[in-house]
Design a protein around this ligand. Sequence first.
Ligand SMILES: [Zn+2]
Length: 108
Amino acid sequence: MSFRCPECYAELPEDTLWVCPVCRYTLRTPGAAKVGVVFMVLGLVLLGAFVYGPDQLGLSNGFVPTDLARMTIANFPLLVFGAFALGALLVVAAALKIRGEQARVASA
Ligand SMILES: [Zn+2]
């Protein structure tokens, strides 16, 4: 079973996993990139919640233990930053993985 590159239509060897050896088109997005994007979206949502007001989220309605609710509200900027940072880290790691594969293909 042979595949063709969606970008340049070159026939791809069966061991091609990430990058087209002809045009270096990225054939697959590493899972880490997708997870990273999810985290960055989460960060965005959290940022929205932060702007709206973390104490408006219903964390203090007794559903969440008061200490935990208070801690979450107090550390909200950290939470937003953490989600963004983790997301960015994963996206960068995935980008480096692709860069590495492109370098490997180029030197082959
Ligand atoms: Zn190609």
